[in-house]
Design a protein around this ligand. Structure first.
Ligand code: MIC
Ligand code: SF4
Length: 641
């Protein structure tokens, strides 16, 4: 990784460990972001740490996920978050101000700095040359308390961009092409770093679309150089002073370099139900489409919105299609309102939604039964839209509008010349919806609604476990599978007892009941278990139900850390063991504590078959102590005693 951007930034913030791929390091975090769906827990955890004020350069708390307010819960959470922000020195981005990643890019991100966010798409800020990483809320709470962030030193995968886009090809197609080549596991343990002459052809929002969806590759982060275009973007945001040049050395060492000629790309689309099921749009042309949703942290910038408006202008949405548009931020919304682009969208029949995550996280706009929904978003996991039978596709805003107008998947290259979009020299800057904390917040009273329940605590890891395999699942299980979101379930994010009733609800509706009846158990998974969202609820709620270990062929990075932080043992098993295990088997492991402390493989027994069951804890030395204590909070409490 020598000479790469990743190496330069990580080295400059290194607190402990060696920058050797695979080794655990600790880095200093300059900025944090939290959003309301993960932020309530992060704040509850921050409170437990007992620190009077955040110890970062900047911490921002956004409200963008839970904004539907079908009951009192979301609004209660907003008030809680606002009061916590005031008390502890956190900036509070009010509901209506926009999606965390879009606003952070516009108003707070800075090249060369580190950002830790309780949201898996935090690497969006890599479009500005930040090393931005998604993590569980507890880790973000620790970073807010001034603690370093621990991670395994990533490999650095270079993507060398050459050429420039042909007509109707967009930034989304770059990342869809990488997903096609590398799959949703291809980025695990890596930072994806962009280089080459093609970089200069991309604006910062285009770069951010690409780094945003590096999360779908499973990457630790994605980063672009900070160059003249970065400077122009920051200048247009009135923040030129935070600009710093940042690039890799000529002889930088990458684990591998993928060559990508932007001119060779064509419009691409991800098919149901995975972001890596990518095909050329032309191949699917003619497929009827019933819903089109444009927005999300991937594609809701001013540039995207202007493109969408130009395509819609003077046309009408197809009678069989419902088109929704969510601009990414209040800045974007104000600017399209002022220049007439919004009027063109409304005139065309678009349903304008608030500047929030909205349909991306199933907060409204669930498609009709069996409907085809085409979205400019980043995830199309089964059921995430709110309609289990919906077929969700992902593509660029250009491909989305083409379908909204024709009622079918349409190659935008059939639309004549693409609109020429110029970004302004100056964005409309108004941070009036960001509330600054008072100098001294000690007198601020935290407002807690009845939906905010205390955090459940885990017990220390027992030495012997004899428990049932409650569920066996396959590869690439997402945290949406484990802990679904959507309008009905998201409001319960700060009420774990109620939330836990929905664990694995779409995979196996009886799971929660069975887990409680059996007084806990194990989960068996394939590879890349826990990909997707950073929600620590996917560990905390199973922990509440008594899940003590997950036996999987491999784990996604953020989820593995979340399991450890909530005292669930992540155990790696080989293909043979995976095949040999069935739901209902009872597994017995003895001498667990000693084996975990020594980093040794557990040798257990499957009491049904009498076969041996070997499983290896996937834990760094530091994590061994955390799991033994029954999770990070127990660890911290022990240290304080
Ligand atoms: C998502 O896109 O899945 C979310 C909702 O933004 C999550 C966070 C969450 O579950 O609250 C993420 O990406 O981390
Ligand atoms: Fe919000 Fe969707 Fe982005 Fe997650 S992926 S932060 S839900 S817009």
């Amino acid at each position: 990784m020598k000479g790469t951007i990743a190496e330069k930034v990580l080295r400059s913030r290194l607190v402990a460990g060696d920058l050797e791929p695979g080794q655990e390091i600790a880095i200093r975090i300059d900025q944090t972001l939290t959003q309301d769906a993960t932020g309530t827990l992060a704040c509850l955890q921050f409170e437990v740490l007992g620190i009077p004020r955040v110890r970062t350069e900047l911490s921002v708390s956004y409200v963008d996920h839970n904004t539907l307010q079908t009951g009192f819960e979301n609004a209660d959470d907003h008030r809680f978050l606002q009061s916590i922000a005031a008390k502890y020195g956190i900036l509070f981005s009010r509901p209506g101000n926009g999606i965390c990643h879009q606003v952070h890019l516009e108003r707070f991100g800075a090249p060369g700095k580190t950002l830790l966010g309780s949201d898996s798409h935090t690497p969006t800020a890599g479009g500005l040359g930040m090393v931005a990483i998604g993590a569980g809320g507890l880790e973000v709470a620790a970073a807010m308390a001034g603690q370093p962030f621990y991670l395994l030193t990533p490999q650095v995968l270079g993507v060398r961009l050459t050429g420039k886009f042909g007509p109707w090809v967009a930034a989304k197609d770059v990342i869809l092409e990488l997903l096609r080549q590398l799959s949703v596991r291809g980025g695990v343990g890596k930072v994806i770093e962009y280089l080459g002459p093609g970089v200069a052809t991309l604006s910062v929002p285009e770069r951010a679309t690409i780094t945003n969806m590096g999360a779908e590759l499973g990457a630790t982060s994605s980063v672009f150089p900070s160059d003249e275009r970065t400077r122009q973007f920051l200048e247009a945001q009135g923040r030129e002073e935070v600009w710093a040049e940042l690039s890799a050395d000529e002889e930088a060492e990458y684990e591998q370099v993928i060559e990508l000629d932007l001119a060779s790309l064509e419009p691409l689309i991800a098919q149901p139900h995975s972001p890596d099921a990518v095909a050329p749009v032309a191949e699917l042309a003619g497929t009827p489409v019933h819903q089109v949703c444009i927005g999300s942290c991937t594609n809701s910038s001013l540039q995207d919105m202007l493109t969408v408006a130009a395509m819609l202008k003077g046309r009408t949405v197809h009678p069989d299609v419902s088109l929704t548009i969510s601009p990414g931020s209040r800045q974007v919304l104000r600017m399209i309102a002022a220049n007439g682009a919004l009027a063109a969208m409304v005139a065309a029949g678009a349903r304008i939604l608030e500047t929030a995550c909205g349909p991306c996280i199933g907060m409204g706009q669930a498609p009709a039964t069996n409907a085809v929904s085409l979205r400019s978003f980043n995830r199309n996991f089964p059921g995430r839209s709110g309609t289990p039978s919906a077929q969700v596709y992902l593509a660029s805003p250009e491909v989305c509008v083409a379908a909204a107008l024709t009622g079918q998947i349409t190659d935008p290259r059939d639309f004549g010349n693409p609109p020429a979009i110029a970004l302004p020299d100056r964005f409309e800057v108004d941070d009036g919806m960001v509330i600054l904390p008072p100098e001294d917040g000690s007198e601020v009273e935290v407002v807690r609604g009845p939906n905010i329940k205390p955090l459940p605590q885990a017990d220390a890891l027992p030495d012997t476990l004899e428990l049932e395999v409650l569920l066996k699942v396959g590869d690439n299980i997402t945290t949406d599978d484990i802990m679904p979101a959507g309008a009905n379930i998201l409001p319960l994010r700060s009420n774990i007892p109620a939330l836990s009733r929905h664990v694995f609800a779409q995979v196996d509706p009886d799971f929660a009941e069975r887990a409680l009846e059996s007084e806990g158990g194990f989960i068996v998974g394939g590879s890349n278990y826990g990909q997707g969202s950073s929600r620590e609820h996917a560990a905390l709620a199973p922990m509440y139900l008594g899940v003590r270990a997950v036996l999987a062929q491999s784990f996604a990075r953020i989820h593995q850390a979340n399991l450890v932080n909530f005292g669930i043992l992540p155990l790696e098993i080989d293909e043979y063991t995976y095949e040999s295990l069935s739901e209902g088997d009872v597994l017995r492991f003895e001498g667990i504590r000693q084996a975990v402390a020594a980093g040794e493989t557990l040798k257990g027994e499957n009491l049904r078959s009498g076969e041996a069951c070997t499983a290896t804890p996937v834990l760094s030395e530091r994590q061994r102590q955390i799991v033994l204590a029954g999770g990070m909070l127990n660890c911290i409490r022990d240290a304080l005693e």
